[in-house]
Write a protein that binds this ligand. Structure first.
Ligand code: FAD
Length: 409
């Protein structure tokens, strides 16, 4: 157990140095806070990196947050692709919806960026901050709350004390478990296959999604006009079968499932598979502890929003903590942290259930529901006012956004 009661080594300890924890640590580090960031992963040599197959759709709000974290300009230019249009359609029927950033006078709707490049940019920033200490291959073991500090001991015997500890260690958060916060999980009984493909036809900077009976299939445009990041959600058995196919058979099945929208598939990278679930922590806060990102909530990837929601958490918590410190208040107090929870929990919950509803709506095979959703897509498509409101919201241009996200895009 922790012996050094009362010792305070940092203002904030962040557990998990993924995209969300890394962003939060940058925001606080830049504001002058003394931060310790712990990650259980191994710090890899750069040339061995870029193995993570996840490629993210990033909203304009997230771009602003990464800018504020001083990480956006550190992204390698060749890593960033813009998407200017979205095309969504249903396998059964002729209903479709199209979005175009030009319709709302925006140069782009968002960006497609490999996850690992974002983590690299954040890491570069963190390593340059004198008041931030990064430790790899470290995992939490015990947690103890004191009157004016929280104490953490790690599996390899290190001990730290801080005013606040933040869990950003993903959906299997160890810190959340140590804090005894229940995580309500609903297994979608689906997996997502993710890989990068080269197609016959150019994607034309359009993100496409086709709703199939077993789940959505998305092609996200990458920097190369004929390269797309594929996310195919389906039953675990189907995904397992796809992974066992030889390349030629896989390419044929993938192109057919996508109705040859981009022609044939010429090449593909090794697929990665992710089990899918929706989950939510009962509470985002405890005295001196807060959860952000996937440690607080997990959503279906059909709208590419998980990390975007997590970045809003990181920005909102950073704002609340910095504001408290500026007013001379202890940022670890529950009253302070509750302000963050009130701002983000409801918003995340609504998005989670909206995505859940969409998933079920598109998987429902009743004829009447099929007709309704096809006509619904067409109706929304024909109402510019509604469509543009949806579009602005999806791009992270409107809604209850942290102040950090307001700026020039
Ligand atoms: C197929 C797929 C596609 C997706 N596409 C998108 C998209 O287009 N756009 C989008 O916004 N979101 C997308 N998401 C969601 C996105 O992946 C997550 O929401 C996001 O990665 C959450 O970030 P995080 O930092 O909270 O957690 P993670 O990315 O899981 O990072 C957690 C970090 O904590 C560390 N860690 C874990 N355990 C410990 C421990 N015990 N101690 C210390 N450190 C620990 C890990 O090493 C890691 O660095 C997608 C998800 C999937 C599965």
């Amino acid at each position: 157990m922790i012996a050094t009661a009362g010792k305070v080594d940092a203002d904030v300890i962040v557990v998990g140095g993924g995209i969300i924890g890394g962003t939060f640590a940058c925001l606080l580090g830049q504001a002058g806070f003394k931060v310790i960031l712990l990650d259980s992963g191994i710090r890899q040599v750069k040339s061995l990196k870029h193995v993570d197959a996840r490629i993210f759709a990033i909203t304009m709000a997230s771009k602003q947050i990464l800018k504020k974290a001083d990480a956006w300009h550190r992204l390698r230019e060749e890593a960033i692709a813009c998407f200017r249009k979205i095309h969504v359609w249903d396998e059964n029927g002729a209903g479709e919806i199209n979005f175009d950033s030009a319709a709302i006078c925006q140069p782009t709707m968002g960006y497609i960026i490999p996850h690992q490049f974002i983590v690299d940019a954040l890491e570069e920033k963190l390593l340059g901050l004198e008041n931030v200490r990064c430790l790899w291959s470290v995992s939490p073991a015990f947690l103890k709350e004191e009157a004016d500090a929280i104490l953490l001991s790690t599996e390899n015997g290190l001990q730290f004390g801080a005013r606040l500890i933040v869990a950003a260690d993903g959906h299997n958060s160890k810190l959340r478990a140590l804090a005894n916060i229940h995580y309500k999980k609903h297994d979608y009984k689906q997996s997502a296959l993710s890989c990068v493909v080269t197609t016959d036809l150019s994607h034309g900077e359009t993100a496409r999604q086709r709703f199939l009976q077993q789940g959505p299939l998305a092609f996200l445009p990458m920097r190369d006009p004929c390269q797309s990041a594929v996310v195919w959600s389906s039953s675990p058995e189907h995904i397992q079968r796809l992974c066992k196919l030889d390349k030629t058979a896989f390419h044929l099945e993938l192109a057919a499932a996508f109705a040859h929208e981009l022609g044939n598939i010429q090449k593909s990278s090794k697929p990665s598979v992710f089990p899918l679930s929706r989950a939510e922590a009962d509470s985002y806060t405890r005295p001196r502890l807060a959860l952000i990102g996937d440690s607080a909530h997990t959503v279906h990837p059909l709208a590419g929003l998980g990390a975007n929601l997590g970045l809003l958490d990181a920005a909102a918590l950073a704002e609340v903590v910095v504001d408290a410190a500026q007013r001379g208040r202890d940022p670890g107090r529950l009253q302070v942290l509750r302000r963050y929870e009130r701002r983000r929990k409801g918003a995340n919950k609504s998005m989670m259930y909206l995505l859940d509803g969409l998933k079920h709506l598109f998987e429902n095979q009743f004829q009447a529901v099929q007709w309704l959703r096809n006509s619904g897509l067409d109706v929304v498509d024909s109402l510019p006012f509604v469509k543009h409101a949806v579009l602005r919201r999806a791009m992270g241009l409107t809604g209850d956004l942290p102040d950090i996200t307001r700026g020039h895009h």
